[in-house]
Design a protein around this ligand. Structure first.
Ligand code: CA
Ligand code: CA
Length: 626
């Protein structure tokens, strides 16, 4: 959601237990045009290959992606028309920021109808067409579901405002006196109902006390425009379960569940991440995964690892860790260490939960609290940018690329709040439209669209786009990179390395985050393993481990190397070595070669195959790529 300061409240006053409304009343019949009908389970089959969600996702803000009808606002048809681009890049999933009808007319997190498409984005038929076309390309679609609250303009809430007897009254959270002691990110989350339509326009943290005699307050974790649902009133959950099924029945491949630690509040002290919220999240996960091959990821900024656990949400964005991908790319040794060892089970500092492979990783997203666009965080340093990308795209977890990240799109300076992050996508260098629309874009365009647009990036072999494409190709062609466990993470100065293993396939990833040529001293490799280059150049043998599993390899400045680890046994099987004598002789020869290479000075001077330092430095990203 939008919260900027997710932390436990410090309560100075006494905590007031809430008189939550408990009821077993049924879901009210359709009121004010709102569809509350039950939605039974429909078709549950999946159109996607098993494990599709181990591929990379792109987070797409539909409003800013592509406009198909010239009104200056992105829409579902525009997205459907651009699916070939996503397929070419190699993404396997799309996360749609809210596409349901909403009151805010921008990011869409203030929902006015949980079962309708925002009119400016299109229709249900457009949605169905998007799903069908995405599935044809092996791409899954998940969407935001904003379950904690509605828009204040939602007819359910406007009904509830009518009084205690209204059937929707218990759908929201009320108090007849201003509850005391609440502090959610510096704000009192209780709002006087009679003050609607809301007249106070100042900082909510400085909101004046209500007039004496006020007797009608509602609760809104995220402010007065987004009243919280009352999940202690059973029809509320029933309605949302039906609404989740509404989209799953149409072929949706899963959800990004918004702000789930806020589903249920206890009291003024215990309002965040309560056990009931975790239990309810698990219920939602179970409903969604009752459909085949679906994926769920939760936003839980304070306790992401807990929500990533299969016993709660089964996926969560790795807030608190992912900034190390940027930090490492900036050459910060502590971040290099963290990236190298985070997912390695033998790292005692990380802990088993922190290293859960069910986490979702990213470099930035649509919220400013998660950081500026990567371009701005790294000051346009493309070498560092590529290192940041390689880090998360080659590690466990499900990576989420924020739209525009893959072309180096910059934020728009001078806009308020999250808007600098949410500019129209730069398709071309067109100064007036960036190829986003034939009309007038709804928001100013990215300032670097002349150079960092898809058209230009696609044509440049050294571009970010082609680097992202190469990383996703590796991920899509190597199960070990997509879903393998991580082993033997290590950091040596500014060099990080790790192995990924799945079903007999072993891949070694090495990243030199430093600006100097570096020699990685490798350990924990299979005895006598051959290291074959998979990136940047494929095929050639780069090194061979000795009998103790050690090898040595040069890395150019700010370079990424990905290597296939081929064991002697596998090689022998491949080549059809038949007799034990042949295999023993081959092993001896490998040992001899490997021990020569593991002597660093000898490797540098005497081994003809060791890359000369200057050449290693040139293997990637010539100065022109900066
Ligand atoms: Ca449009
Ligand atoms: Ca809530």
């Amino acid at each position: 959601m939008l919260a900027k300061h997710k932390h436990t409240a410090r309560v100075t006053g006494c905590a007031l237990a809430l008189a939550w409304t408990l009821s077993s009343s049924p879901v009210p019949a359709a009121a004010a045009g709102i569809d509350t009908r039950p939605v039974p389970v429909g078709p549950t089959a999946s159109a996607l290959p098993e494990g599709w969600h181990h591929g990379a996702f792109m987070e797409i803000f539909v409003r800013a992606w592509r406009d198909s009808d010239g009104d200056g606002i992105g829409d579902l048809r525009g997205l459907t028309l651009s699916l070939d681009h996503l397929q070419e890049l190699g993404v396997r999933g799309i996360w749609l920021m809210p596409i349901t009808a909403n009151a805010d007319g921008d990011h869409g997190y203030a929902t006015t109808d949980f079962r309708a498409i925002a009119p400016e984005y299109g229709t249900l038929a457009d949605f169905d067409a998007l799903i069908a076309e995405a599935h044809k390309r092996g791409i899954g679609v998940i969407m935001d579901y904003v379950i904690n609250h509605s828009a204040a303009q939602h007819p359910m809430f406007t009904e509830a405002l009518k009084g205690p007897d209204n059937p929707f009254r218990p759908w929201f959270v009320w108090a007849s006196q201003m509850p005391q002691g609440w502090d959610i990110w510096g704000k009192n989350p209780w709002y006087e109902a009679e003050a609607r339509p809301w007249t106070y326009s100042g900082d909510l943290k400085l909101m004046p006390a209500p007039p004496p005699g006020a007797r009608n307050f509602y609760f809104g974790t995220f402010g007065p425009e987004m009243p919280d649902f009352n999940f202690r009133h059973p029809p509320v959950l029933q309605y949302h379960q039906d609404s989740l099924r509404f989209w799953l029945n149409r072929g949706l491949d899963g959800y990004r569940l918004d702000a789930v630690p806020h589903l249920l509040e206890g009291d003024a002290v215990r309002w965040n991440d309560q056990p009931e919220s975790r239990a309810l999240t698990k219920q939602l996960q179970d409903l969604i995964k009752g459909y085949a091959n679906r994926y769920v990821v939760c936003e839980a900024t304070a306790e992401p690892a807990a929500y990533g656990d299969p016993a709660v949400c089964g996926g969560a964005f790795a807030f608190g860790f992912v900034q190390h991908y940027i930090g490492a790319a900036q050459g910060q040794a502590a971040s290099v260490q963290k990236v190298a060892t985070h997912y390695t089970a033998t790292d005692p500092a990380a802990g088993p939960q922190a290293a859960s492979p069910t986490m979702a990783t990213f470099l930035s997203n649509h919220d400013i609290f998660a950081g500026q666009r990567v371009w701005d965080q790294l000051g346009g340093d493309l070498r560092a940018y590529k290192l940041a990308a390689a880090g998360y795209l080659l590690q466990p977890g499900t990576p989420f690329i924020y739209y525009g990240e893959e072309i180096g799109q910059a934020g728009v300076p001078g806009l308020e709040g999250d808007r600098p992050l949410r500019a129209p996508y730069s398709w071309t260098a067109d100064p007036a439209t960036a190829g986003f629309t034939t009309g007038t874009p709804f928001r100013p365009l990215a300032p670097n669209r002349a150079s960092h647009n898809l058209q230009a990036q696609r044509a440049d072999p050294q571009s970010l786009f082609n680097f992202y494409k190469a990383m996703l190709t590796l991920r899509n062609t190597r199960p070990s990179l997509a879903r393998g466990r991580q082993e033997h993470g290590f950091a040596q100065g500014l060099v990080a390395g790790w192995q990924r293993v799945h079903d007999g396939e072993r891949t070694l990833v090495l990243i030199n985050y430093g600006t100097q040529l570096a020699q990685a001293e490798l350990q924990n490799l299979p005895a006598n393993a051959r290291l074959l280059s998979a990136f940047p150049e494929g095929g050639a043998q780069a090194a061979r481990a000795n009998a103790a599993g050690q090898a040595s390899l040069w890395l150019g400045p700010q370079a990424v190397r990905v290597l296939t680890v081929e064991t002697g046994a596998r090689k022998a099987a491949r080549k059809g070595a038949s007799t034990p004598g042949q295999q023993a002789r081959a092993g001896k020869a490998q040992q001899g070669k490997a021990s020569a290479k593991t002597a660093p000075k000898a490797a540098r001077k005497a081994t003809p195959k060791a890359p000369a330092p200057a050449k290693a430095g040139k293997t990637r990203q010539p100065p022109a790529a900066r």
